[in-house]
Write a protein that binds this ligand. Structure first.
Ligand code: KG4
Ligand code: ZN
Length: 337
């Protein structure tokens, strides 16, 4: 089955073509970073306008890169929420029209469910059940995953998402938006023990997170030591990253132990972080747990992960109707399997 995936929930317009749920024939991502960079964050109205400009060329490029014709597509999967309403509407309306025009089924996909399924784009996917740490710009949560379409929330952030904390710290250091990649690169050159930031574990046996405290600690440090040199910036980045990574790694490994899972997954934009990838691989291996992290290109927002979920939902006979609408806030649909 060939599925066309479409993603437009935030500041990336993406389309991908997937065969049988995991074989990526093409994946095209048009980033809007340069559009939002001057504003230090995503400007929703600009985002939707850019999606409108990009959607047709991006979908055409995905179909061309896959070496197929539109007639060979069996179904369409599109992000339905959560995300920016205006942005979501562009991809969602396009998918409706494309499916209607070609007389094929289509299905709205939850963005978080798509991130979790991004590990199945890898040659060595996890075995069910496994625990998943979803770390992105908008979300930080842990799930017990019992099938491609069934997720049981175990914990989530009570305030900032991990990626949001990265972005805010980067902004405080005057490093622009988005900040994750920049902080990651700086941290690699700094000494994580030079400036120790507190680790907000909350209850060490629970799975909720809180990242606004670390962000405030960095702000207080900068108030006391303004205008950091490049070396100081590297130490701040390293200290901040070490604090975030320690908490994330502790909680996901503990979740795997509590649920008796021998596999864990780390997904979402922050899963691209080198400090996190290294630490989780090291500590999980020591604990006898096998780690699954998507390739960097499938950590951030992309449409291959959307098509991967779409394959399983369409195969199960599910499809969306023209009356359906997008949604902005997290709402995992109830699942029976
Ligand atoms: O999954 P994603 O592309 O979009 C959301 O669904 O939110 O995640 C974007 C987030 C941003 O906050 C960005 O700063 C962060 O992922 N990010 C990183 C890295 N690359 C992207 N955070 C830490 N280290 C990175 N290397
Ligand atoms: Zn995302």
């Amino acid at each position: 089955m060939i599925v066309l995936g479409i993603e437009s929930s935030c500041d990336e317009t993406a389309a991908a073509v997937i065969r049988d749920g995991s074989h990526v024939l093409s994946s095209v991502v048009a980033s809007q970073v340069s559009v939002h960079h001057p504003y230090g964050g995503v400007v929703p109205e600009l985002a939707s306008r850019k999606h409108i400009e990009a959607i047709v060329p991006v979908v055409n490029a995905a179909i061309a890169d896959a070496g197929i014709t539109p007639e060979q597509i069996d179904g369409v999967a599109v992000t339905q929420g959560p995300g920016l309403i205006g942005s979501l509407l562009v991809g969602f309306s396009f998918a409706k029209g494309f499916a209607y025009g070609h007389g094929i089924p289509w299905i709205g996909i939850d963005h978080l469910e798509a991130h979790i399924n991004s590990v199945f784009l890898e040659p060595n996917p996890p075995a069910f059940p496994f625990v998943a740490l979803l770390v992105s710009g908008g979300h930080t949560s842990i799930y017990l995953v019992t099938s491609h379409l069934a997720f049981h929330p175990m914990g989530q952030t009570r305030d900032d998402a991990a990626g949001e904390a990265y972005d805010k710290v980067a902004k405080m250091l005057g490093l622009g938006y988005p900040g994750g990649g920049v902080i990651d690169r700086l941290a690699a050159k700094g000494d994580p023990t030079k400036i120790a930031f507190t680790r907000p574990f909350l209850d060490k046996d629970q799975f909720d997170f809180s990242f606004s405290g670390i962000k405030s600690a960095v702000m207080r440090h900068l108030q006391l030591h303004p205008d950091p040199s490049q070396t100081d910036q590297q130490h701040i980045a390293a200290g901040f990253q070490a604090a975030v990574v320690d908490v994330l790694v502790h909680k996901i490994i503990n979740a795997a132990k509590v649920k008796g899972c021998s596999h864990l997954a780390v997904v979402g934009g922050v899963a691209a972080n080198h400090g996190l990838r290294n630490a989780i691989s090291h500590d999980a291996t020591t604990a006898g747990i096998s780690v699954h992290i998507p390739a960097i290109e499938f950590c951030g927002d992309n449409a291959a992960m959307v098509a991967a979920v779409g394959y399983h939902r369409l195969k199960a006979g599910q499809h969306s109707t023209m009356e359906e609408d997008v949604y902005s806030r997290v709402k995992f649909r109830p699942v029976a399997n």
